[in-house]
Design a protein around this ligand. Structure first.
Ligand code: PLP
Length: 455
């Protein structure tokens, strides 16, 4: 049994001494001491000092079902007793992987009827990179090797995922991107739209894909990868003209479209997948996070009939992970999906909660620090600015004001994340209207306190 009752200072010292955190400056954390989360229920976290914190990020965009669902615990325990592990290599399979693959094929849009299981979002995108290149090799076009993605997109932090993503901080360390990955600009009108209308800007950013394809040569491009709504980049919602133009371009040049739904999948946008909300037809879809509501790691690549047929009829696909289709993770995912479906959680999130949250979230735009307020379903962002009219950036390092605001949120027992000077939310889908009111009240208070500190 884990001792949850060690004093906070002792836990922080042990954490600093032995635990290397992801995407964290270790020395800065050691000086400050980590906030230690000990338990959670619904949308509420509890820390080692007994504070009750509203988690407006659903962990890391993943606890869609909310914390504390015993059914998922039971599903994991049952599966662990029956078959805690078996692999899916060497012509073997097991019931949880089979049933989950069938269920995902039913839920996914279009003809994404085939599932390759992975352990996370990052390694799912590594799988996708290998899948699309191998697909074109099997079609006799090995020169179709290049993959295009977007600056400030996020597709994970493995060598493949980090390369596909367009985070300059990741590329700066360790020699990324790997060869054959090319980036175009993101459709972030607020920061980069200049004098263009959002519609003109959306078209111009989509057409960068066409320009890049022509620059590289259409015969050398395997795929384009993008998130329906950029999450880790700051919840960037593309103008309405963007996605139809992207669809036109990938179709015209015979380029595969990989839609990274690691955040947007499983109800985040108010429907099962962002593809439905935004009317996008992908050839491959990446899912992870919400597939198990984050209770256990699992990722998957959902693959179209056309691609799966070529891969299946080719040589052995020389790729896979020990935990591809882990039975316990698949059992938890099946139970998570059952609850999301049978309790009507996604339907309610889309029809009732999302419109309520949208109204309240957009009301923050009247705050002196807030420029645009954007939201799709239950993922939203506000851009902090010193001057709304000119969409100005703060003087000094980007992210300084966002960091202050995040710290004020944390002090007010609200988890909101900052991405540069944008504040983002992605609460569990089970959040109630009263909890949304609480979220907005704490956000507003934190914005007021941020303003006081920077004036
Ligand atoms: N793709 C997207 C869109 C993500 O947001 C993330 C994680 O935030 C990933 C991929 C990587 O997933 P993981 O952290 O499970 O490797």
């Amino acid at each position: 049994m884990i001792d949850n009752h060690l004093p906070t200072a002792e836990l922080q010292a042990l954490d600093a001494a032995h635990h290397m955190h992801p995407f964290t400056h270790g020395a800065a954390l050691a000086e400050k001491g980590a906030r230690i989360i000990t338990s959670a229920s619904g949308v509420w976290l509890q820390d080692s000092d007994g504070a009750r914190i509203l988690d407006a990020m659903a962990g890391l965009w993943c606890v869609n079902l909310g914390y504390g669902r015993e059914e998922l615990v039971e599903a994991a325990a049952r599966q662990m007793r029956q078959l805690p592990f078996y692999n899916t290599f060497f012509q073997t399979s097991h019931v949880p992987a089979i049933l989950l693959a069938k269920k995902l094929a039913e839920l996914a849009p279009g003809d994404l009827n085939h599932v390759f299981f992975n352990g996370s979002g990052s390694d799912s995108n590594d799988t996708n990179l290998r899948l699309v290149r191998h697909y074109w090799e099997l079609r006799g076009k090995p020169e179709k090797f290049n993959v295009i993605s977007r600056w400030n997109g996020y597709h994970g932090s493995t060598m493949g995922g980090g390369s596909l993503g367009g985070m300059k901080g990741i590329h700066a360390q360790g020699g990324l991107p790997i060869p054959g990955i090319h980036h175009i600009d993101q459709p972030d009108w607020w920061s980069e739209g200049g004098d263009m209308s959002p519609e003109e800007f959306g078209l111009s950013r989509a057409r960068q894909l066409e320009e890049k394809i022509l620059e590289l040569g259409p015969d050398t491009v395997a795929a384009f990868i993008a998130e329906p709504v950029q999450g880790a980049g700051g919840v960037i919602v593309a103008p309405e003209t963007y996605w139809p133009e992207i669809q036109r371009i990938v179709k015209e040049y015979g380029i595969l479209l990989i839609l990274d739904e690691v955040i947007t999948g499983f109800g985040r946008t108010g429907r099962w997948f962002g593809a439905e909300t935004l009317g996008i037809t992908p050839d491959i879809m990446t899912v992870a996070k919400g597939i198990t509501s984050g209770y256990i790691p699992l990722g998957a690549s959902l693959v179209s009939d056309r691609i799966a047929q070529v891969i299946d009829e080719g040589d052995e696909f020389a790729h896979g992970y020990t935990y591809s289709g882990h039975p316990v993770a698949c059992a938890v995912a099946l139970e998570n999906i059952r609850l999301l479906e049978e309790e009507g959680i996604i339907a309610r999130a889309g029809s009732e909660i999302a419109p309520y949250l949208k109204e309240k979230w957009e009301s923050l735009a009247d705050h002196p620090l807030v420029g645009e307020a954007k939201i799709v379903g239950l993922m939203g962002s506000i851009a902090l600015t010193p001057d709304k009219a000119s969409r100005a950036k703060f003087k000094g390092d980007a992210g300084t004001v966002g960091y202050i605001c995040r710290e004020r949120c944390f002090a007010n027992n609200l988890v909101m994340r900052h991405v540069g000077d944008r504040m983002v939310i992605s609460p569990p889908l089970v959040i109630t209207k009263e909890e949304i009111d609480e979220l907005i009240a704490r956000a507003r208070l934190s914005l007021d306190e941020t303003l006081e500190r920077i004036e």
